[in-house]
Write a protein that binds this ligand. Structure first.
Ligand SMILES: O=P(O)(O)O[C@H]1O[C@H](CO)[C@@H](O)[C@H]1O
Ligand SMILES: O=c1cc[nH]c(=O)[nH]1
Length: 232
């Protein structure tokens, strides 16, 4: 039996799951890269697939947008499906001057403006970080491929359409590379579950240079990031 949000039976999901926000990006990855593909989820159209990549089992599933959404899906994957590692492969808005569209950001840490961490009732501020082993391997793979990348802090925001541009200035002034909307919750769920997570992000917009990719590019053009995630 599945969960309220995932129709997979136990055993139908691999130990490693790639998670784009967009379920159509998950479908694109399954169709482009995986052999022996079986779709395990259609609930809410949050498509999930398991298949083989270079003869190893891997799953790919959409997370939806925002921390409540990835919070639900990643919790279920870690706790109900015995998933060991989730690799988010998302898009992000660049802050750093050296970033261009299509560059890769590997999220060492994820700041946030959300109150997601309050559920853990900690006596201070939690610092959500990516798994070091996955991160160092992603760096080696990016180097080997010649992918332009940066490693550092990102911010996982609850708001996409910001009323106040100074918000971005303030995060940028702290060296935060880019903004997206899920990594912090994923890192917190992984920490609490004692599991692994990494967020890799392709720059789809630059919030200071005012450049942006099309919706179709966001669905289908992030091949270098997808291949690094599959090889991890
Ligand atoms: O492209 P995905 O993975 O959805 O990631 C980014 O894109 C969405 C906003 O357009 C948010 O989910 C943000 O985190
Ligand atoms: O500006 C952007 C681009 C992608 N994702 C975000 O969350 N923000």
């Amino acid at each position: 039996m599945g969960t309220p949000h995932n129709g997979a039976e136990k055993g139908e999901i691999a130990k490693k799951v790639l998670m784009p926000g967009d379920p159509l990006r998950a479908k694109f990855i399954a169709e482009t890269y995986l052999d022996e593909v079986k779709q395990f989820n259609t609930v809410r159209n949050m498509f999930g697939y398991t298949g083989k990549y270079k003869r190893q089992e891997v799953s790919v599933m959409g997370s939806g947008m925002g921390m409540p959404s990835i919070g639900i899906y990643s919790y279920e994957l870690y706790h109900f499906y015995e998933v060991e590692a989730i690799i988010r492969i998302g898009s992000a808005g660049g802050f750093h001057d050296d970033l261009e569209l299509m560059d890769l950001v590997i999220a060492q840490g994820a700041c946030t403006d959300s109150r997601y961490a309050y559920q853990f009732d900690l006596p201070g501020t939690f610092a959500p970080i990516g798994d070091y082993e996955l991160l160092s391997k992603a760096v080696s793979l990016a180097e080997a491929k010649g992918t332009k990348y940066k490693v550092g802090n990102v911010v996982s925001a609850d708001v996409f359409y910001n009323n106040d541009d100074r918000v971005n200035d303030r995060w940028k002034s702290m060296g935060v590379l880019a903004v997206e909307m899920e990594a912090a919750a994923l890192y917190m769920n992984a920490a609490k579950a004692g599991k692994k997570a990494l967020a890799m992000l392709t720059i789809s917009d630059h919030l200071f240079k005012k450049t942006a990719l099309s919706a179709k590019d966001r669905e289908t053009s992030f091949n270098e990031m997808m291949e690094i995630a599959l090889d991890l």
